[in-house]
Design a protein around this ligand. Structure first.
Ligand SMILES: *[C@@H]1O[C@H](CO)[C@@H](O)[C@H](O)[C@H]1NC(C)=O
Ligand SMILES: *[C@@H]1O[C@H](CO)[C@@H](O)[C@H](O)[C@H]1NC(C)=O
Ligand SMILES: *[C@@H]1O[C@H](CO)[C@@H](O)[C@H](O)[C@H]1NC(C)=O
Ligand SMILES: *[C@@H]1O[C@H](CO)[C@@H](O)[C@H](O)[C@H]1NC(C)=O
Ligand SMILES: *[C@@H]1O[C@H](CO)[C@@H](O)[C@H](O)[C@H]1NC(C)=O
Ligand SMILES: *[C@@H]1O[C@H](CO)[C@@H](O)[C@H](O)[C@H]1NC(C)=O
Ligand SMILES: *[C@@H]1O[C@H](CO)[C@@H](O)[C@H](O)[C@H]1NC(C)=O
Ligand SMILES: *[C@@H]1O[C@H](CO)[C@@H](O)[C@H](O)[C@H]1NC(C)=O
Ligand SMILES: *[C@@H]1O[C@H](CO)[C@@H](O)[C@H](O)[C@H]1NC(C)=O
Ligand SMILES: *[C@@H]1O[C@H](CO)[C@@H](O)[C@H](O)[C@H]1NC(C)=O
Ligand SMILES: *[C@@H]1O[C@H](CO)[C@@H](O)[C@H](O)[C@H]1NC(C)=O
Ligand SMILES: *[C@@H]1O[C@H](CO)[C@@H](O)[C@H](O)[C@H]1NC(C)=O
Ligand SMILES: [Ca+2]
Length: 813
């Protein structure tokens, strides 16, 4: 048996997965493959995800994807059933090649959905898992496209009419004739009670027996109640041979959208009036619902912080500076980010937007300001119920209401009352630490050193927080294949509490990273973002991988010039809780080198050899390893050997030889801070490219550290009542000018400055009616006249205030 297992491990992880499936897949529940799976700790607890490999393994949350089982054949003509999540049973089929297929079902959750397969309709004896993807994160060519989405979502408002058009890739549906159906989504019951339920339902068919031409056009008619009460939904294209509205058939879905085009006649006659009424209803509802704003994470103060804090914030796909987005919902902004995690109790979301100067755009100043969300756009575990249904709950509570109040009518102040921007006063940036090049380290507190041991080590061990990040190093090879005296990082593996184990490693293809989840290779072809168990992984290109954990810890891996750079970002609450190669994070670099037995190495007297001992002490063990050992090389050199190789003695110092042909170029390239690292790497690897990438990693880390330095914010300052404000910057040193509307006199400072202690200078500025002031300052001899005057003034003043308030509201938009 040993030989068999080792043999399995010697081949690829893929073969490993099959063997494990054979061992474990036969029965549900307890399974004894652990002992034979040697180091693969997750084998049993996670066997469901190993057993049946499928292709494609992911698709739309609303279902309809036809997937096939790999490595297994069925009798042609036999019947297959797939049961998802223990309760959704979907018909499958066997094609003429004996390949089994099932159709992914509609599930109101994202992430891995376990399924079981039955061939006799009674026993379900094979398992697998399907990855359900958020509608907004699914690759665009897997969706039906609403041509001119603006026209769809404003249809029936003044001047928006005509023919609506939708397109799709015909290869996504095998049928010759298709139907186009409208499906609606709503949430019913008492919010935040057990009766609060999602409802996703077939409404009606727009076209039947249409050729599968990839295009559908129609002129929408207003609907009647009750069907017109469905205000959110999407279109489904599926085979006409299926009955109307049948669930879980092969289909392609459009994006969720506001169903302006099918609303009742009343909307067509007076869309603004109709929308205002809805906006007011929403306003009333919001007043009654619990307050979630104080629970959401505060926004980063600057664009640089927002883009550097990648463990907690992720680019909002609607407004992305890299993609040159128009930022439709946030005019004036160039980039928005969303909080990755939903808030703990109410599952709310946060969004933060920035202008071209890098400053926050706030709803108090601009209609383009960022807004928090009652329902996090990405949903949150355990999903399935409001307000945690991915995408759809967010539409119901935060987007449809934006259409009512801001887009279909001009009453945005109602929206902003309930969704004001967060102004960053309590934001605390995370701290970054990095391992890069022939591994050099910069600790969370900023101490930098070099460690060229060969083995597997703890980069971060934060036991109280449940976070572990491990790194593997291997000898650097010269261009001719000879091993050198230095090592480089070649893989990192990590886990937080009971999350899926994520491993990122270099591959044979230059600067291509491979991501493994519990020893199984993941692909990013259909989506760049994966919702896994207790962890998110994002990889837009093979060189970049970001791993995000629920604590807000983030790990950025970059393949660069043949080496790997790994940055770990930790929120403030990890303070005092970290150990390992990246040090004890507490703001004090002097105690960063804590050995695994608690001894602190003093920085100023620690030589390279002692640093080597420090690093060696952080080697992991067979028991604590999170790595995969799926090649002979990894088994022999890492699994069966000591985790720190005592026989590998690296070059501790840098010997520069002016006669070295590389000398001149290296001296030219390696300048300024980090030059020692650059030179060391260029000379040991005999590669300018490696030296250069070390330089790039170091300088970009330094700039991330600068970006993440604390920034003082005094918070949004309201304009005085009956007055105006100039200036929309609220960080230390910013000035804001205040003035009064005509008919009012300014009391207090005309200019206020944000001070270093986070408080605005001076007293609050006020605007006082000059009528009242004149009277007070004026004579008192005609008291009767005075009383009469006051009566008049108060009356007109009230009118004026009302008028001023209206103007204020409009100009605030
Ligand atoms: C999209 O529809 C709107 C509203 O009907 C129209 O104003 C606009 O010109 C259309 N855009 C394109 C690109 O057709
Ligand atoms: C449609 O999808 C097929 C298969 O995924 C792909 O090969 C083809 O290029 C797509 N066609 C278009 C027009 O996108
Ligand atoms: C497709 O629909 C057309 C009528 O719209 C019908 O004549 C034709 O038989 C249908 N084809 C199939 C394969 O059902
Ligand atoms: C938020 O505010 C509500 C009501 O004011 C309060 O009950 C709750 O404890 C606050 N939550 C936090 C996290 O401060
Ligand atoms: C992880 O585990 C630690 C310790 O058991 C706990 O304090 C922490 O809240 C957990 N984190 C999450 C995100 O569940
Ligand atoms: C590889 O290159 C290094 C330095 O360029 C040289 O010292 C070594 O002898 C070479 N090894 C082989 C096997 O060619
Ligand atoms: C990959 O990472 C590099 C360095 O952090 C960054 O400059 C680049 O924009 C990233 N690429 C993508 C597609 O995100
Ligand atoms: C970390 O530990 C130091 C020294 O024990 C203490 O002064 C500091 O308050 C701690 N910080 C946190 C956030 O607990
Ligand atoms: C090292 O630093 C400590 C405190 O920072 C100091 O007391 C000690 O004298 C220094 N030792 C050397 C050799 O510089
Ligand atoms: C790890 O486990 C293997 C297999 O049991 C063993 O050969 C090896 O010596 C172990 N390594 C260490 C460092 O204990
Ligand atoms: C490796 O390092 C040792 C000790 O620093 C040195 O003696 C040896 O020459 C080095 N070997 C190579 C190939 O650089
Ligand atoms: C280093 O690499 C960067 C990015 O690949 C490149 O732009 C730059 O020219 C390189 N510098 C040197 C000195 O090779
Ligand atoms: Ca420290």
């Amino acid at each position: 048996m040993w030989i068999e297992v080792i043999f399995t491990l010697l081949t690829t992880s893929r073969i490993y997965a099959q063997t494990c499936a054979e061992q474990c897949g036969k029965k549900l529940g307890s399974c004894s493959c652990h002992a034979t799976c040697v180091s693969l700790q997750n084998c049993c607890s996670d066997y469901r995800q190993f057993c049946l490999a499928i292709s494609p393994y992911s698709g739309a949350m609303l279902g309809g994807a036809d997937f096939t089982f790999l490595d297994v054949t069925f009798d042609v003509g036999s019947k297959i059933l797939c049961r998802f999540n223990g309760d959704i049973v979907v018909d499958g089929y066997v094609d003429e090649d004996g390949s089994g297929h099932c159709i992914s079902p509609l599930v109101l959750e994202t992430g891995w959905v376990p399924f079981e397969v039955s061939t006799d309709g009674a026993t379900y004896n094979r398992q697998g898992a399907w990855l359900s993807v958020h509608p907004g994160k699914l690759s665009a060519d897997l969706k039906a496209t609403l041509v001119n989405a603006t026209q769809w979502q404003y249809y029936g408002t003044p001047d928006v009419e005509g023919i609506l058009r939708m397109t799709w890739n015909t290869s996504l549906i095998k049928a010759g004739n298709v139907s186009v159906e409208l499906w609606g989504y709503r949430e019913t019951g008492e919010p935040y009670s057990s009766s609060w339920m999602p409802e996703f339902k077939y409404l009606y068919t727009l076209g039947r027996d249409l050729p599968n031409s990839g295009e559908f056009s129609f002129t929408p008619e207003p609907m009647k109640k009750p069907v017109s009460d469905w205000e959110l939904g999407c279109l489904r294209v599926s085979s006409s041979s299926e009955p109307d509205g049948k669930r879980d058939v092969e289909a392609v879905w459009s994006e969720d959208h506001a169903l302006a085009w099918h609303l009742e006649e009343k909307f067509r006659q007076d869309s603004a009036g109709w929308a205002l009424e809805k906006c007011l209803q929403w306003d009333k509802l919001e007043r009654a619902l619990p307050q979630f704003l104080n629970e959401t994470i505060d926004c980063p103060c600057t664009l640089a912080q927002a883009r550097a804090d990648t463990g907690r914030f992720h680019t909002d796909y609607g407004c992305d500076i890299e993609k040159g987005s128009v930022c439709t919902y946030h005019p004036g902004s160039v980039h928005c980010v969303r909080a990755i995690q939903a808030s703990p109790k109410y599952a709310a979301g946060q969004q933060c937007c920035y202008d071209s100067t890098g400053a926050q755009v706030l709803t108090g100043d601009s209609i383009g300001g960022s807004t928090p969300d009652r329902g996090h756009d990405w949903g949150s575990p355990p999903f399935k119920k409001p307000p945690r249904v991915p995408g759809l709950s967010h539409w119901i509570y935060d987007v449809l209401s934006f259409y009512y109040c801001c887009l279909w009518s001009d009453n945005c102040h109602y929206y902003f009352t309930h969704r004001p921007s967060s102004d960053c006063r309590t934001y605390q940036a995370p701290k970054p630490g990095i391992a890069f090049g022939d591994p050099h380290f910069v600790t969370f507190d900023g101490f930098s050193y070099t460690f060229n041991g060969k083995g597997e080590y703890y980069l971060v061990l934060a036991a109280e927080k449940g976070l572990t990040v491990q790194g593997r190093t291997e000898p650097v090879k010269l261009p001719n294949g000879t091993s050198t005296n230095a090592t480089r990082l070649s893989a990192v593996a990590m886990q937080e509490n009971a999350s899926d184990v994520i491993e990122v490693r270099l591959t044979d293809r230059e600067d291509h990273l491979e991501v493994l989840k519990n020893q199984e290779v993941l692909t990013f072809s259909q989506q760049s973002w994966l919702d896994l168990r207790g962890v998110f992984v994002f990889s837009p290109v093979p060189q970049n991988v970001t791993v995000m954990f629920p604590t807000g810890a983030g790990v950025e891996v970059r393949a660069r010039g043949g080496a790997m750079a790994t940055t770990v970002l930790l929120p403030q609450d990890f303070e005092n809780h970290t150990l390992g190669m990246l040090g004890r994070m507490n703001g004090d670099p002097s105690d960063d080198l804590v050995s695994s037995n608690g001894e602190v190495f003093p920085l100023n007297q620690t030589e390279a050899e002692e640093l080597f001992q420090f690093g060696a002490g952080w080697a992991i063990t067979n028991e604590t390893s999170l790595f995969t050992y799926d090649t002979t090389h990894l088994l022999n050199e890492y699994y069966f050997s000591a985790k720190h190789d005592p026989d590998f003695i690296p070059a501790f110092s840098l010997s520069e030889d002016p006669d070295d042909p590389l000398y001149a170029n290296v001296s030219r390239m390696c300048l300024g801070p980090g030059s020692w690292f650059c030179k060391y790497d260029a000379f040991t690897s005999r590669s300018l490219k490696m030296g250069n990438s070390t330089m790039v990693s170091f300088t970009s880390h330094m700039s991330a550290m600068r970006d993440l330095e604390p920034v003082v914010s005094c918070g949004w300052l309201a304009p005085p009542k009956n007055g105006r404000k100039e200036g929309t910057r609220y960080l230390e040193g910013s000035k804001v000018n205040l003035s009064c509307n005509s008919g009012y006199l300014l009391h207090g400072p005309e200019e206020r400055t944000c001070q270093g202690d986070g408080v605005w200078s001076g007293e609050a500025t006020q605007c006082i009616s000059d009528n009242v002031l004149g009277i007070v300052l004026g004579s008192v001899f005609a008291s009767l006249a005075l009383i009469a005057a006051i009566v008049v003034v108060v009356h007109t003043n009230r009118k004026r205030k009302r008028k001023a308030a209206e103007i204020q509201e409009k100009s605030d938009l």
